[in-house]
Structures are given as C-alpha cells and as structure tokens.
Design a protein around this ligand. Structure first.
Ligand code: G6P
Ligand code: G6P
Ligand code: BGC
Ligand code: BGC
Length: 963
C-alpha cells in the first residue's frame, strides 16, 4: 500500500518535473539564446536585414550621456510602466550638482488605455494640467522630456512614431503616428498652457541616463518590469539606419520582439503559446512574454491549469479564479513565501503539497526569465566589448522595473548568467532609484544645455521688468543720473503732432540699416497730407569707421546730390536730422553724441554736437538744421500723426531703444514742472552695470567681446537684429563641436562671423517652409544638414528670437507700467509706435504683443507699425520747431517799430532839454509842453528829525498764525 502511494507520488512528481523541465534551460540552450540574440542584434542594425529583424535596434538620437554640466528646470512625463507619472526635475551643475524631483502619479483607466488615441492623449494632458496647477506652474513654459515606454521609430530626438503598442495598451489611431505630435495636438486642443516638447525617450534610455549621471561607465539600460527591454551605446558606424559614422548613439534594442521570426521556437513551451494567444498582441513580443512581469503570472497560471487538469494539483479542481486571466499579479507571484495564504486569498483551496508545487512552478518561471535576460545581456556586453576591440571590459548596466526590484532572486540569477555567458566582461548592475523620468529630463537638459538659459518664465520676466523700472527711476533722478546706465535723455519734444504742421522739409535718417535722405512736404488743404520722396545712400564701412569729418562730409555730399536731384539747390529748407544714437540734447538743435553704438565708430565725434559738425560740413548750402531726433522719437511722432494716443516709440531693428512721454515734474534734469516731455530711454544700455549678468549666456559674452563697443549696450546685444544671427551661429558652432549637430562637422563658413544673418533666423522659424530654408541656408554654409539637424537649427532660431521678444516685452512692460502709474488710472489705454527690421520679421510681433499683455494685464495696448520710417516724425518735429521759429520772427517784426536807434534817443534827449528850458523860462512858459510847476518844498530831510512821528504804520495780519 505504502509502496503504491509512494509510487503514485513518485509518478506525479515525475510528471511535474517533466512539465517544469520544459521551462528549464541548459547551459547550451542559454548559449544558443545568446548567440541568436547576437545575430538578431546585428540584423537589426544592418540596413539590408533591418526590415525582417525581430530585434529592431531603434536609433534613439541620444548621442551622449550627461557630463554633469547640465542644469535647468524640466518637466517630464513617464508613460508605459506600472505607473503614469508627471514630474518636475530641477538639475543643478557645478559644486552644488544635484537633481531634485517632484512627481505625482496618475491612474490611466483601462478604458483609456484601450480607447481612442485622442482620449488617451487628452487624458495625459489633463493630468499635466492638474500637475501644473498643483505646482503653481501654469505660466512657466518648461521644456518637456517624454518617457514613452513603447517601441518608437525615431527620426530625431523629438520625433517618434509608435511602431506598435505593447503590454496593456491598445489605444486606436496611434500606431504609425508621431507621439510627440499627438501630445502637441492634445495640448493645443486644451488651449490652456504651452510646453516645449524637447525629447521623447524610451524607458531603457531614460534609465541608462539616470544611472549614467552618477556613473559614467553606465552605457546600458535594462528594464525588467511590466515589459522587458534593453538599450546601449552603439558605434554610429554600425547603425546603418542613421547617416554618419562618427561617435556613438544609444540604440533601443526592443529585444522584447526577439523570436517573432520563430528563431526561439525550440525553447518556447505550449504555456508560452497559450499566453501569447490570450494577449493583446498575439505573435508579437515573444521574448518579452517569457521574461517580463506582465506575463510571468500568466505563464504560472497556464502551468497550474495544466497540472490541475492532469490531477496533479488542487485535487484536480479547476476553480473559477484559476480560469481568470491576470489573477496572478506581479506582486502576488513575487511574494512566494506566503504562497499558501495567497492561494487561499485567491480562493484556491490548496494543500501543503500544492503550495510547494506552486512555489516550484513560480521559481522555475522566474528563473527562466532571469536566465533569458542574462543570455540576452551577455550578447550585448560582448558586442560592446568587440566594438571596442577589448579583451576584457568593465561596464555598468542601469536597471529599473518592478520585476528586478521586487523579486528575491531575479537579479542574482541574471548576474550569474551574464557572468557565465560573457566571461570577458565584468558587468556591474546599478539600480535606478529615480525612474526613467529623471533620465528623460537629463536628456532634455543635455540637448537644452545651451538653450535653457534663454528661456524665461513669466516670474523671471516680471523680475526683469521690475529691475528695468528701477533703472528708469535712476536715469530720471538728479543724483542717480550720473551713474545710471539707462540714461533717460530729455529730447525737448513736448507733444505729438497736433495736425497743424505744414511745410517743405528735408529729413536725414542716419543710424539704422539704411542711410536715407528724404523730402517731406506737409500740406493743408482740408486735410493734412504728407508727401515723401526718398533716396538711400551707401554708408561704406571705411566711412563709418573712419574720421568724423569724413563721415559728415559724406552726409553733406549725399545731401548736395539729393538737393540737386530734387531741384531744390537754391531753396532754403529746414532740415530734421534723425540720428539714431544716444545724444545729450540741450535744446532741439544741439545734440552731443554720448557714444557710438551698433556698426558706427567714426573718430572725433563722441562728445561733440552733431549739429555743429554737420553745419561745418554743409557750409553754406542754405539749409537750416532745426531739430535732431532719435529714431524712437521720430517713430513715436510718425505714429502720433495717425493716432493721437501714441505716447511710446520703440525700435526693434539693427539696434533697439524706446522713448515715451514722461511728466516734466519727474525729469530732474529739465527745468519746469508743467506738462510732459519725450524721454529717450536708451534702454540698449540696460545691464551695462552688471544688472543682467544672471541671464546673460556664454554666447552673449562672446558677442560682446567681438563687438565694436565691448562692455556697452549689453541689453541691445541680447535682443537686437544686429546680433541675433550671430548668436544663433555661435550656438550652432558650439553644438556641432559637441557632436549634437551636423555629425560634428564644422565648416570654415560656419566659423565666419556674420555668415549667419538675422533674416535667416526668421525664415528658418517659419512653420512650413522653415525646414527647407534651413537646409538651403546651412547648405550655403557648406554643411549638409540631416533632417534632424534642420529641426534642431529651427529650434535654436525659435529660442533665440523668442528670448529677444520676451526681454523686450519686459522692458516695454516697465515703461507701460510707469505710464500707468503716472496717470493714476486703474487701466492704461495707450498706443505704442514701433519700427525696425527685426520687429517686421516673421512671428516676432505676435510674440512680443502676447507677452506684453501677459506682463501688464491691466492695459489695452495698441501696437502701431510705423509705415513711413521715423523721418516723417522727424519732419513733424522740424515743422513744430519751424513754426515756433516763424512765430518768433513775426513777433520780432511787429515789435520792430518800437525799437529806437541811439540817434533817435539823442534827438529825444535834445528835445526834452529844450522843453525843460521852455517850461522854466518866464517868456516861454505859457507855450511850453512841460510846465515845470514849483512845489514850495525847500529842502530834503537832513536826518535829524524823529522818524516814528513822520511814518505811517501799516500792519498786516500775522502771516505765521493760520486761522
Ligand atoms: C521606471 C520608469 C518607467 C518604466 C519602469 C519599468 O521606473 O520610470 O517608465 O516603465 O521603470 O518598470 P515597471 O515595472 O513599472 O514596468
Ligand atoms: C526706421 C527709421 C530708422 C531706424 C530704423 C530702425 O525706419 O527710419 O531711422 O533706425 O527704423 O530699423 P533698422 O532695422 O533699419 O535698424
Ligand atoms: C516596450 C519597450 C519598453 C519595455 C519596458 C516593452 O513592452 O516595447 O519599449 O522599454 O516594454 O517598459
Ligand atoms: C541707439 C539708439 C537707437 C537704437 C535704435 C541704439 O543702438 O543707441 O539711439 O534708438 O539703436 O536704432
């Protein structure tokens, strides 16, 4: 009897062992897995076999691991593992190098995972919105790194189309589409906030980056979690799907697909096939289904059903729970020590033996998973070792995933297998503590390294606005003006045109991108009309950098030429001089150049009155320089002609500057308190006292060093058209040097100053044709950009011009808020007149307007583009000056009759004397006109009398006591 029972048990045992033996892998099996994996890796990398390879070897466009110099604040999304997370990651570099993260986990309900793509992405954006609210960051447009843990075919770091859903996801209309685009569109649909999506990253890549930040030897990322996958740094020359041979790129192997071409059918069991058939993606991800957390429980369940069916378990009862898919969750399966109680909780009535068997089954399944991962990993480390031609290699693998973290033996078995199968590699496994979201943020930071400092939150812009307002105050104050950088120069223009101006004037317009001479005729028939004729003259470099005398001679010559062509050589015309440089004016036609800016640097002019210099050059050409105006003032006047509310003028062109109408009582440097006067702020010098050092970048410093006026006009150099193309060029050179662009190739043209022009920035920024333009422009610089290079260059252009618009919005915001306070109204209604080549470029104006409205919400600002340059305005100022001068002349003429010559006075004296004589003479007295009556007062007082008696006292009420 006993023997019979023992025999039955032994037979059962054998059956169970035989079943489990199906899942146990011999060392030879594992070597074969390693070798086949190696074959598939190679096939995935090669162009001719890529299409049919089961391991896709997807390029990630991550070229390097972080080097610790990254910094900034980033947003990250982490989708595809057990949890969906939104994070903000703050990275610091230098001695305070650190990474701080705040995150929130959000649920993704099953009906959304398997609903429509639009629903899924709307849900994601809804979670981001909640997170931004929670963090109080709705208005900070942060760069975002997107960890998306599914196979994506990337064509750039921020472009990836989903190859196929894996694990538990199956949303419709996503496969084949760009996930970054889908996210962008969902953000647009919500229309509530804006984000820069900089990178899309697989979780393996994120994990590798997270670990590499601490350990630069980490060049492999492994996920053993819900899904299973590996990435590693591959030599570019081996990645045939991407152009270029230099350096390395991280490849996302997507090894989960290994075996899709039947190459591991010999080790797949009927249980694996069962699991596959019951999955959302039948036939796919066969290796993943043998190795990852999402499926191990299912394999266990299939084996238990099989054993039960054969009467080897649970007394042969297949209960409902056992039939339920997914009943063995990852964690349940992992905590096997409490197998029995777990089985009981699941409603599986088990004996003690049952528990032992279940435990064995679980052990076998997870052991096989760890060994398979180990064999795969051995193939990878050996490949890297061979790539480098090393006999022996040390390398680190960054690992993440619930299976690896929670299973008691998984990591040990994995390591042992790698050791046995890749003896020439010394492999260390490091657990990623912070998930792959941190890695995604780090990748974003690596890309954003040169750009992060160019993005500003609204808080920062507000702060800059405040600083600028302080500078405005300093420039106006008597005591603070001498050391102020924003000079707040009085212009002696007291009002905008009132419509009564008229006359025939000449305007000179010097200092912008073109030197122009104009004739401006303002007439008054019913309505005021302005006629203008103009001609542009060259200002060759040798003249604007030569002697001042030559420069003004050149201006005079051009003027002579113009007058001749206009046939007005002999006319005496008034001239308005738009001189677009900082000048200290003492009156309208006396203007001392403080310093040259932009491209000008003629000697002997700084500190001189430009009217005197010009008059000297013009000699006697019969013209009269009535007014010198800054281009901002001219622009304000031009726009004021059409809109009486215009009280600010700004230039965003070669240079940048603003003027506005300030209350005279606040202008300490000009006498008088009544009314207003236009102040030329000269805001280009903002920051010359070090006040903007925190926001200047290495590129701004480089621009300044190479400029004609180092240390000066620091704000202008960050924002104006003269410098913008150059800023972009410097960034591109730096990025190319670091291997982020043009495969590291740098051409002599790219290294030449001025080769990248500001107008290129705006044409590249254009949505549709921008990328083609980038290709064209870069092509002319001798670089052959890839599609991704073009996208990256477009990104750089956008960031640099965005920064300019943002900073100028902050300074303009400073002026507007001051105007509002001056007026004391709760809302400001005003018009800003604008001119300048940069402002007129592609998306610039819209950005500026938007930010100004956000920074000064209590205002209704109209932006009016000056259509006719600042010269029309200069003519208006001249007209007013001319009218005032004319009035003075007429008054003088009227009073002329009252003026007496000395002869006339002597004659009067003579006649008066005769008349006095006549009045005194007895004979002549009667006919005298001056009668000379006696008064009988015989003497004047001699000082001996008592004063008080002769004075009448007059008393006034006490002035000091107020009643
Ligand atoms: C990390 C990442 C996730 C990733 C996960 C894998 O934590 O942040 O994006 O998918 O590891 O683990 P799991 O076990 O959750 O699938
Ligand atoms: C207007 C004025 C110029 C001024 C220019 C700024 O057209 O007439 O005097 O300097 O704008 O623009 P720019 O882009 O030429 O520097
Ligand atoms: C996906 C991979 C991912 C892995 C781990 C797999 O299903 O295909 O992209 O890295 O899961 O999350
Ligand atoms: C000058 C300003 C001028 C501005 C715009 C600056 O460089 O200093 O006076 O208004 O350029 O042309």
């Amino acid at each position: 009897m006993v023997t019979a029972v023992a025999q039955r048990l032994a037979a059962q045992r054998r059956e169970i062992n035989d079943t489990l033996a199906l899942l146990s892998l011999s060392p030879e099996n594992l070597q074969q897995v390693r070798d086949k994996m190696r074959v598939e890796l190679e096939r995935g990398l090669r162009r001719d076999s890529h299409r049919t390879a089961s391991v896709k070897m997807l390029p990630s466009f991550v070229y390097r691991i972080p080097d610790g110099t990254e910094r900034g604040k980033y947003l990250a999304l982490d989708l595809g593992g057990t949890n969906f997370r939104v994070l903000v990651v703050k990275i610091r570099s230098g001695i305070r190098k650190s990474v701080r993260m705040y995150n929130k986990i959000y649920a993704i309900p099953l009906e959304i995972m398997q609903g429509t793509g639009e629903e899924l992405f709307d849900h994601i954006v809804q979670c981001i919105s909640d997170f931004l609210d929670y963090m109080g960051m709705k208005n900070t447009r942060l760069p975002l790194g997107f960890t998306f843990s599914f196979p994506c075919r990337q064509t750039g770091i921020d472009k990836g189309s989903l190859v196929s859903w894996t694990k538990g996801f199956k949303a419709t209309d996503c496969e084949g589409n760009d996930v970054v685009e889908m996210l962008r569109e969902a953000i647009k649909r919500r229309n509530e906030f804006d984000l820069d999506i900089v990178a899309v990253v697989n979780d393996t890549v994120g994990t590798m980056m997270t670990c590499a930040y601490e350990d630069p030897k980490c060049e492999i990322g492994l996920i053993a979690g819900t899904g299973s996958n590996v990435c590693y740094m591959e030599e570019m020359r081996n990645i045939e799907m991407v152009e270029g041979d230099e350096g390395q790129m991280c490849v996302n192997t997507e090894w989960g697909g290994f075996g899709e071409n039947d190459c591991i059918e010999d080790i797949r069991t009927r249980f694996d096939r069962e699991v596959d058939e019951g999955s959302l993606n039948n036939g796919k991800q066969r290796f993943e289904k043998m190795t990852s957390g999402m499926y191990l429980g299912e394999i266990v369940r299939q084996i238990l059903i099989d054993l039960t069916r054969r009467g080897l378990l649970f007394r042969g009862h297949i209960t409902e729970p056992l039939k339920t898919r997914g009943i063995f969750e990852t964690n349940d399966r992992l905590a096997l020590l409490q197998v029995r109680s777990i089985l009981q909780q699941l409603g599986l009535d088990s004996t003690c033996d049952d528990s032992i068997i279940v435990k064995e089954v679980c052990g076998t399944v997870s052991r096989r998973a760890a060994q398979l991962c180990g064999a795969g990993m051995a193939a990878i480390v050996d490949k890297i070792r061979e790539n480098r031609g090393l006999n022996q290699m040390n390398i680190t693998v960054g690992v993440d995933g619930t299976l690896y973290k929670l299973h008691p033996h998984f990591s040990r078995i994995l390591k042992d297998t790698v050791k046995a199968l890749a003896p020439q590699c010394d492999v260390e496994f490091v657990l990623s503590e912070d998930g792959s979201g941190k890695g995604a943020a780090l990748i974003t930071a690596v890309i954003d390294k040169y750009l992060y400092a160019m993005r500003f939150s609204d808080e920062t812009l507000m702060d800059i606005m405040k600083r600028f307002r302080r500078e405005l105050g300093n420039g106006l104050g008597r005591d603070t003006n001498p050391t102020a950088t924003v000079k707040m120069l009085p212009t002696f223009v007291r009002s905008i045109p009132d419509g009564s101006e008229k006359g025939d004037f000449i305007a000179l317009d010097l200092g912008g991108s073109a030197f122009r001479i104009l004739r401006v005729k303002v007439s008054h028939e019913k309505k005021q009309t302005v006629q203008m004729e103009s001609q542009i003259y060259d200002t060759p470099e040798d003249i604007i950098h030569g002697s001042g005398t030559r420069l003004f001679d050149h201006v005079a010559e051009c003027l002579g030429d113009f007058m001749e062509k206009q046939n007005i050589k002999d006319k005496k015309l008034s001239v308005g001089f738009t001189f677009s440089f900082p000048c200290a004016q003492t009156k309208l036609n006396e203007s001392y150049l403080l310093t040259w800016t932009k491209r000008f640097k003629a000697s002997g002019v700084e500190g001189m009155d430009v009217v005197t210099l010009l008059n000297k050059a013009i000699k006697k050409r019969g013209v009269d320089i009535m007014a010198v105006v800054n281009d901002t003032v001219g622009t304000m006047m031009t726009c004021g002609f059409d809109d009486q509310r215009c009280e600010v003028g700004i230039i965003i062109g070669t240079g940048t500057n603003a003027c506005y109408m300030e209350e005279l009582r606040h202008i300490d440097l000009v006498e008088g308190d009544e009314g207003r006067m236009c102040i030329n702020t000269e805001w280009g010098a903002f920051g010359d006292n070090g006040m903007l050092e925190d926001i200047r970048t290495e590129f701004d410093r480089e621009i300044d060093r190479g400029s004609l006026n180092p240390g000066k006009q620091l704000f202008e150099k960050m924002v104006s058209g003269m410098y913008m193309g150059e800023l972009v060029r410097l960034i591109l050179v730096k990025m190319a040097k670091e291997g982020f662009l043009f495969e590291g190739r740098i051409t002599p043209e790219l290294l030449t100053k001025g080769k990248f022009e500001t107008k290129h920035v705006s044409s590249i920024e254009k949505n549709k044709e921008g990328l083609a333009k980038a290709k064209d422009i870069l092509g002319r610089l001798g670089v052959e950009p890839s599609a991704d290079d073009c996208v990256a260059v477009q990104h750089v252009c956008t960031i640099v011009s965005h920064r300019s618009a943002n900073l100028l919005a902050a300074t303009l915001g400073g002026i507007l808020s001051r105007l509002k306070d001056n007026k004391g109204n709760p809302r400001l209604r005003t018009t800003v007149g604008i001119d300048g080549s940069l402002y007129k470029m592609h998306p610039y104006a819209r950005r500026l307007h938007k930010t100004v409205r956000r920074l000064v919400p209590e205002s209704d600002v109209r932006f009016l583009l000056s259509e006719s340059g600042s010269s029309k305005g200069a003519a208006m100022v001249t007209a007013v000056a001319y009218r005032l001068a004319d009035q003075r002349r007429q008054i003088t003429e009227t009073l002329a009759e009252f003026r007496l010559t000395s002869d006339q006075l002597l004659e009067v004296k003579k006649r008066m004397r005769t008349e006095i004589q006549n009045g005194l003479g007895k004979k002549t007295h009667d006919s005298a006109t001056i009668k000379m009556w006696p008064t009988y007062v015989l003497s004047t007082p001699d000082g001996s009398g008592e004063r008080s008696s002769t004075w009448i006292e007059i008393s006034f009420p006490d002035c000091d006591s107020t009643s």
